[in-house]
Ligand binder design. Structure first.
Ligand SMILES: *[C@@H]1O[C@H](CO)[C@@H](O)[C@H](O)[C@H]1NC(C)=O
Length: 176
């Protein structure tokens, strides 16, 4: 029987080598990316989605939706005591937003890197190739949102997609 052992070891090596790409998939992470009202109304959606895909993300779900005062306030509830909160809510309800579930390895930090600093004016100087440098105006009207941690990503994905059965085609017709 011991004569078979090398064959078994060889087989196990073969199996684990052929499995490794799917095992690596387990390292993928999801984050919430959102194109804010000025980005959508400014016709940046297609260009931003091209940048997203070219940067190695998969857009696994998306939803064009109009936030109302109540939903925008709930989304940003951690900022509710800040002086800029009423402005933030009126900006975020000024037109439709496109929420997207973005997936890749290290999606949370890579998406934050791709969108650049919060203040779009600073982004234009320090991160000229970032998305906020492309279409943001200032630190509030900064064109795109990204979850700031893995736990925020989980909360924010649930916020936009908990009712949506994972079906990209159906969700595209979910607007307004
Ligand atoms: C909107 O953007 C697309 C792609 O980025 C471009 O081809 C198109 O000409 C733009 N449309 C308008 C009205 O600016």
């Amino acid at each position: 029987m011991s004569g078979f052992a090398p064959h078994i070891v060889f087989l196990l090596v073969l199996v684990s080598v052929s499995l490794s790409p799917s095992v690596r998939c387990l390292g993928k992470e999801r984050t919430l990316g959102m194109i804010k009202p000025d980005g959508v109304s400014g016709n940046y959606t297609e260009e931003i989605k091209r940048i997203i895909v070219d940067s190695g993300f998969s857009i696994v779900n998306e939803r064009l939706t109009q936030l109302d005062k109540e939903t925008a306030s709930a989304f940003y509830e951690e900022h509710s005591s800040r002086s800029f909160f009423p402005d933030l809510v009126s900006y975020m309800t000024s037109g439709p937003v496109l929420a997207m579930v973005l997936e890749k390895r290290d999606a949370v930090s890579d998406w934050r890197g791709l969108i650049g600093p919060t203040d779009a004016q600073k982004a234009k100087i320090s991160h000229p190739h970032s998305i906020r440098a492309l279409c943001g105006k200032d630190s509030q009207r900064n064109c795109v949102h990204g979850s700031d941690s893995i736990s925020s990503a989980e909360r924010e994905i649930k916020f936009f997609f908990e009712d949506v059965v994972s079906d990209d085609i159906a969700s595209q017709h979910d607007e307004l």
